[in-house]
Design a protein around this ligand. Sequence first.
Ligand SMILES: *[C@@H]1O[C@H](CO)[C@@H](O)[C@H](O)[C@H]1NC(C)=O
Ligand SMILES: [Cu+2]
Length: 226
Amino acid sequence: MATWKMFMLQDPVSPIMEQLIMFHDHTMMILIMITITVMYMLTSMMFTKMSNRMLLEGQMIELIWTLMPAMLLVIIALPSLKILYLLEEVNKPLITIKVIGHQWYWSYEYSDFKSIEFDSYMKQTKSLKNDEYRLLEVDNRIMLPFNTKARILVTSEDVIHSWTIPSLGIKIDGTPGRINQGNILFMRPGLFYGQCSEICGANHSFMPISIESVSMNHFIKWTKEF
Ligand SMILES: *[C@@H]1O[C@H](CO)[C@@H](O)[C@H](O)[C@H]1NC(C)=O
Ligand SMILES: [Cu+2]
């Protein structure tokens, strides 16, 4: 989860988020390279005593500074498109979770099981235990087994919400009358937090998401509690 002094992305827990972080670093490197080059040119032009007032054109340099940015854009666009299509890819999931946004809580349904559906409200500050996070903990967490492909279907009952888990690289709008699909693949066990990411009303800041990644055995045991 995000804590103090963090200014980079959260640690990835799914292959998608790993890809996104690599793409971010790749693009940042190109950006820094361009910034340094432009800064160097600006400062050296400011301080040089040489000038060429009769200059009209320079075919070679114009060719280079037209082709170089075009090539850089392609080098950014190709991995970006790859990830864009990868995000949409849902390939034979084992489990499906339905996520429904409400003002102001989430409710979940596991349609592969007979009767797993529940609401998930934020825990009020005064009812938190010592090791729980304020404004992030919920009364009923969702659970998923790790190393297992899962699909999520997000929708809403009232206004637009957005179901977001940064460390999974997931942000899916819940729109009334529509179902948006996404996929989850946890690479390790753990507890991960997210928050609604579409301003949805007075208590928008108080409808967090808390998801637990557990072993398959633990997950099966959990499903039997319902
Ligand atoms: C927002 O949540 C608080 C605490 O649960 C509640 O007291 C308040 O009535 C809610 N606001 C609205 C507009 O429902
Ligand atoms: Cu919201």
